[in-house]
Design a protein around this ligand. Structure first.
Ligand code: FPP
Length: 234
């Protein structure tokens, strides 16, 4: 995309899997399976277009309210994709998991910790996967850490600044979030990267996530490139 501004970091809300499956008379997990394939392809499209980091909302702190079989389906998809995620290390991709993975099944948790550690020095591309992630939870966690440090006398509460919080977010080693893409027609953040989104551009699209393709990504980046980002200036 010569001549276009390319966002360094894009957040993807992978929404619409359930509706996509329903339209085909299939169970919701069929949509998640297709959605996971699109997740994998989107990483390659982002790389081809010169984006350096992409974060995907795979499971929110609120998604535990879903039926057990749907949760199990998403976790099994994750198990299946862990192999692919591992292979990503060979392509110089760093994986960062955002969220509290403590409640996940032990086999998944151990694999994820290992993948994060073994890809830590990769610099070609960063993939963020938000799992049991909530933006409010992320900020609360940072507040708790700072409060504890202040109580222990390690820091002075008056010195706490925006940077002190930023450094404790899951995104601290990622480029600044430039854009959030939400397909499926919904126009809200749903607790995704709420701190990081302060100056991000939002692109809402009518396509359902399993139908998201490279053309959709190109049109979102085109829209981004045409926006005039002033960051509060004039
Ligand atoms: C939202 O669509 C989607 C989810 C809650 C799950 C997304 C998860 C995946 C695509 C699988 C992740 C796997 C890997 C390997 C990262 P929805 O179910 O809310 O759709 P609806 O609004 O149409 O019901």
């Amino acid at each position: 995309m010569e001549g276009y501004q390319i966002p360094a970091h894009i957040g993807f809300i992978m929404d619409g899997n359930g509706r996509w499956a329903k339209k085909r008379g299939m169970p919701r997990n069929f949509g998640h399976t297709k959605g996971a394939e699109v997740f994998k392809k989107t990483i390659n499209w982002c790389r081809e277009l010169g984006v350096s980091c992409a974060t995907f909302y795979a499971f929110s702190t609120e998604n535990w309210k879903r039926p057990a079989d749907e949760i199990e389906g998403i976790m099994n998809l994750l198990r299946r994709y862990i192999k692919d995620i591992r292979a990503a290390a060979k392509e110089d991709i760093r994986i960062i998991i955002l969220g509290d993975i403590a409640p996940l099944a032990e086999d998944i948790r151990l694999e994820l910790v290992d993948i994060m550690e073994s890809t830590r020095s990769n610099t070609g591309f960063i993939v963020g996967i938000a799992l049991n992630y909530g933006g409010r939870d992320e900020i609360t966690r940072a507040a708790r850490i700072l409060a504890r440090k202040a109580a222990d006398g390690e820091i002075d509460a008056e010195q706490i600044c925006e940077d002190s919080i930023e450094r404790l977010l899951y995104t601290s080693e990622m480029p600044k979030l430039d854009m959030i893409i939400r397909p499926s027609g919904e126009q809200r953040l749903s607790n995704f990267l709420i701190w990081q989104a302060a100056y991000a551009e939002f692109v809402f699209m009518d396509v359902l996530w399993p139908d998201f393709d490279k053309n959709a990504l190109v049109s979102a980046i085109t829209a981004y490139s045409q926006r005039n980002r002033r960051f509060g200036g004039i």
